[in-house]
Design a protein around this ligand. Structure first.
Ligand SMILES: *Cc1c(COP(=O)(O)O)cnc(C)c1O
Length: 224
């Protein structure tokens, strides 16, 4: 199926309140422009250098979302234009984003990445670690960060029960944080979960951003 066909299908079938992040990592400007002409405006990338090149050369009304692990020393390259950082996974990174936001006089939208999967390799805060590291008053001090919500990845498995449990854990955590750490932040409203193979389960569990790559653009010919 063509990119145009796939984008049209998602735009028409995602329920209201669920936004599509078209994950365009490793894909060419031509492929991105095909999705753009089909009406897509939110694109997700996970490498800073690749993202900056695409931002420089593609239309300026694209909303770029950074979906990968972000190194603190690279925040400065994307801070001026990034629409959402999906995977903030350390207090150190929060502090660096705050500093860049202050310098640019910008409030940078961020999602906190939580470790919900069984797999050990994924990045992200564990819920207990987060409440030890980060108190409600800390959120108030980070006034150049827009705390927009949470992000997570489920275990890569065919077992729907496992995926369901992990996504519902993340939803529950989101609801809890909304009443504790982020009770003053009305824009704490997004849950980024669900990829090509599990986005339906994510939507059933309250996802507001699905991050879909291969089901739109086809398989990536490398391992990123
Ligand atoms: C690559 C990637 C996706 C998209 O994965 P697909 O299986 O191609 O849909 C989603 N989220 C993150 C964090 C990714 O790195």
């Amino acid at each position: 199926m063509s990119i145009t066909h796939n984008i049209t299908k998602y735009i028409q079938s995602l329920p209201p309140g669920v936004k599509l992040v078209a994950v365009s990592k490793t894909k060419s400007n031509e492929e991105i422009m095909e999705a753009y002409h089909a009406g897509q405006r939110i694109f997700g990338e996970n490498k800073v250098q690749e993202l900056v090149q695409k931002w420089e050369t593609l239309p300026k009304d694209i909303e770029w979302h950074f979906i990968g692990h972000l190194q603190s020393n690279k925040v400065k390259y994307i801070a001026p234009f990034i629409a959402m950082i999906h995977a903030v996974d350390s207090v150190k990174l929060l502090n660096v984003i705050q500093e860049e936001g202050r310098r640019l006089d910008r409030k940078i939208p961020c999602l906190l990445q939580f470790h919900i999967a069984e797999e050990e390799t994924k990045f992200g805060f564990s819920p207990s670690e987060f409440s030890q590291l980060f108190e409600p008053k800390d959120a108030a001090q980070l006034d150049h960060i827009r705390f927009s919500g949470v992000m997570g990845m489920a275990t890569f498995t065919d077992n729907d029960q496992v995926i369901n449990r992990e996504f519902s854990d993340l939803h529950r955590l989101f609801e809890k944080l909304k009443t504790t750490h982020f009770s003053e932040r009305t824009d704490f409203s997004e849950i980024s979960m669900g990829m090509s193979h599990d986005y339906n389960l994510a939507i059933q569990n309250g996802s507001t951003f699905v991050r879909i790559g291969s089901a739109i653009f086809g398989d990536r010919n490398n391992l990123t």
